[in-house]
Design a protein around this ligand. Structure first.
Ligand SMILES: NC(=O)c1ccc[n+]([C@@H]2O[C@H](COP(=O)([O-])OP(=O)(O)OC[C@H]3O[C@@H](n4cnc5c(N)ncnc54)[C@H](OP(=O)(O)O)[C@@H]3O)[C@@H](O)[C@H]2O)c1
Length: 321
């Protein structure tokens, strides 16, 4: 039943990719394009107000959509009639993307927030709850690597930087927005994780011992997957599905190019992998994907005791407990 609701929703909103829908898809997209709202103009002063979603329009939050994978997914969602909540730190790039989306006839708003401070994550969640009535898709995608650093960087909240930005911020954001996702069900949560995975040492999550930037990145990425698996059990039957993925290897984004790494996969490999999880009619709750294939992550992700410990640690570190 819930899967069917998602199907009809995706058919109506995005023109899903199945062959039976292929013929209908162009007409649906054309109808959507014609129906897309014009920018809202302020009556008295002629100022341009941020665009709001139309009644019934699908709403997606894409964290880390000021560049790379998130930016391209945001563009594609908007082109298919979804209102996109663009997020990142860089205000210029965020506003430029919103302008670009609006010029192409789409609808988006930019919300800046640096996840290196937990109060910013909470403030972002609060603003989304105030500004929106629905949320159909949460793409937990913002992330960074610490390649080249030789010791753990600790945030003002007292957490290892990558664990906080890549994982803990999304734990808090998801916790805050879950009721909205459930009220909008069928809805999806997608975690952009990685094939680079390192088990979390629950006695030393800040890596005071044996820090390497690779371990810090892998720990934060495996934490995303372990959390998705734990969350899947808790939200079973609510109409919200959570999945995680390795989008591709060394795609040419700021993160990879900035570290001087030779790119391997094209950006479209990762974008298509994420879009596949958005548009697939049925997706197993708690599944992990390697690009577009369902796969198995590190063993810790399936260890229920590790999931319980991670949940408790996360609640303690973000202050929801
Ligand atoms: N590229 C790859 O090959 C690859 C492979 C596996 C997984 N991934 C994952 O894919 C996701 C997207 O990365 P990308 O490759 O597209 O890199 P990217 O181009 O560097 O994009 C990273 C995004 O995250 C945002 N971000 C970084 N630090 C942040 C912070 N402290 N607070 C809030 N937002 C922050 C950035 O915002 P600003 O630019 O505005 O600061 C940007 O929008 C990441 O989670 C990454 O781990 C990438």
């Amino acid at each position: 039943m819930l899967a069917h609701q998602w199907i009809s929703f995706m058919e109506r909103t995005m023109g899903a990719r199945s062959s039976t829908l292929a013929a209908a898809s162009a007409a649906v997209l054309l109808a959507l394009a014609l129906a897309l709202p014009a920018s809202v103009q302020a009556g008295n002063h002629g100022e341009r107000l941020p665009m709001a979603p139309e009644e019934g329009q699908m709403v997606a939050l894409v964290t880390g959509s000021t560049s790379g994978l998130g930016k391209e997914v945001a563009r594609q969602l908007a082109a298919h009639g979804v209102h996109v909540i663009v997020h990142g730190r860089n205000i210029e790039r965020g506003e430029l993307l919103v302008e670009e989306i609006e010029e192409a006839g789409g609808s988006a708003r930019f919300y800046p927030a640096d996840f290196a401070l937990m109060a910013n994550v909470q403030a972002l969640a609060n603003r989304i709850k105030e500004d929106y009535d629905r949320l159909d898709l949460l793409l937990n995608n913002a992330g960074l690597s610490a390649r080249g650093t030789e010791e753990a960087q600790i945030t003002d909240d007292g957490n290892e930087l990558l664990l906080q930005v890549n994982y803990l911020s999304h734990f808090l954001l998801t916790h805050e927005l879950l009721p909205m996702l459930q009220a909008s069900a069928p809805a999806r949560i997608i975690h952009t994780a990685s094939g680079a995975q390192a088990p979390l040492d629950f006695d030393d999550p800040n890596m005071e011992n044996n820090y390497t930037s690779g371990r810090a990145y892998g720990q934060s990425k495996l934490a995303q997957i372990t959390y998705s698996n734990a969350l899947a059990r808790r939200i079973e039957g609510t109409g919200v599905t959570t999945v995680s993925l390795h989008p591709g290897t060394f795609m040419p984004t700021r993160m990879v190019l900035g570290a001087g790494i030779e790119p391997q996969d094209d950006l479209e490999v990762g974008v298509n992998a994420i879009m596949n999880l958005i548009t697939s009619k049925e997706i197993e709750n708690g599944a992990y994907f390697n690009r577009q294939e369902q796969a198995r992550a590190h063993d810790q992700a399936y260890d229920e005791e590790a999931q319980r410990k991670l949940w408790e640690l996360s609640e303690r570190l973000v202050g929801t407990r």
